[in-house]
Design a protein around this ligand. Sequence first.
Ligand code: KIV
Length: 263
Amino acid sequence: MRGKITVPDIIDMKKSGKKITVLTAYDSLFANILDGAGIHILLVGDSLGNVVLGYENPIPVTIKDVTHHVRAVSRGVKSALIVGDMPFGSYFTPEDALRNAGKLIQAGAEAVKLERGTAVKDQIGALTEMGIPVMGHVGLTPQSIHQIGGYRVQGRTPETAKKILSDAKAVERAGAFAIVLEGMPSNLAGKITDELKIPTIGIGAGPHCDGQVLVTHDALGFYEKTPKFVKKYAGLRELILSAVKTYKKEVEEGRFPTEEYSY
Ligand code: KIV
């Protein structure tokens, strides 16, 4: 059985050219399955707002919500590194960041993730200074959708690409151990990956990153519509629908349970 994956292990994977696999997890059962499949990092993303809590975007998610789900995920995991996402409003200042990241770490996260670049360098510095590993997140940052006008690819012009590169460098300089590159042209993600020493984890950012992350429920086919960059590795929505319809029919027709399923 493989051992516990640590932050230094993830940093070493870039050095040895080994791709890093990341998926989101929000509960103990899924976390246990993904961990059993050998995924390196489980991210308790604020995407839990959309996926689990039924919001349209991650803005309403609170630190209490993420803490609750980190606790559940941590109970299902043996090996994967658990990263807890800092939700909107939980890291406006370095003091906020320290107080709220502490809650995620106490709940079982082994690192935290926060969005934006230069704007959060002091937060990243304060957290790493206190021994809390940080994963950065630049490019399409869903917590800024009101500013960027929706889920839109970022960094298409030379100016915006330059800004994303300089944000990524600021995140590295501030002490982050890894960085998510979301929703940007693949050549920009490739350039950032080449120029940074820390691993880059791409989502909708092409194949040149050191690792990849997807929202698990997108990858497993729970949704009819998913973003273009998502590959569906299963069709669980259809599978579940068909199983549940069969159950309903059999109960209604008196075909379940039979004696075989009785005590
Ligand atoms: O919240 C989330 O799931 C994320 C990933 C998509 C990177 O931030």
